[in-house]
Design a protein around this ligand. Structure first.
Ligand code: DHK
Length: 144
């Protein structure tokens, strides 16, 4: 059974209320439930974690790497564009990883076009709303 971490960063706890025209109307609880339910059908188990704090996200990535998780689905929120430390944690964990964004960051403000994470993950999904998380799970469950 593959163990996969589902990590969401700052402000993603506000999904459903936060700019629904950009991020959709599905809440984070609903996304986590959908991913966990899907995991059961592809012989995976998903552990979900959200924090608004960079250090807590980094600690969780280290923990999942140390206990031998198989993969990581991560939406670092705004930290995508700023956090060298988060990027370094993903590399250090050795986890296969997929970066997910609900919105198409390349069709938005210039400062969102650059991701510090994209260069070190296995795959990137952007603009598919909550479906992106499901695609990431499917990829991680079938590859590696
Ligand atoms: C989520 C955020 O919170 C933003 O800061 C990113 C990302 C985009 C998303 O589309 O899921 O720029």
């Amino acid at each position: 059974m593959k163990k996969i971490g589902l990590l969401n960063g700052p402000n993603l706890d506000r999904l459903g209320k936060r700019e629904p025209e950009v991020y959709g109307s599905v809440t984070l609880d609903e996304i986590e439930d959908k991913v966990k339910n899907k995991a059961a059908s592809c012989d995976c188990e998903v552990d979900a974690f959200q924090s608004n704090h960079e250090g807590a996200l980094i600690d969780k990535i280290h923990e999942w790497g140390d206990v031998g998780f198989s993969g990581l689905i991560l939406n670092p929120g705004g930290l995508t564009h700023t956090s060298v430390a988060l990027r370094d944690a993903v590399v250090a964990s050795g986890l296969r990883s997929v970066e997910v964004h609900l919105s198409n960051i390349h069709a938005r403000e210039d400062f969102r076009h650059r991701s510090l994470v994209s260069g070190i993950v296995d795959a990137v999904v952007a603009g598919m709303g909550h479906h992106g998380y499901m695609s990431a799970l499917r990829y991680l469950s079938e590859e590696g």
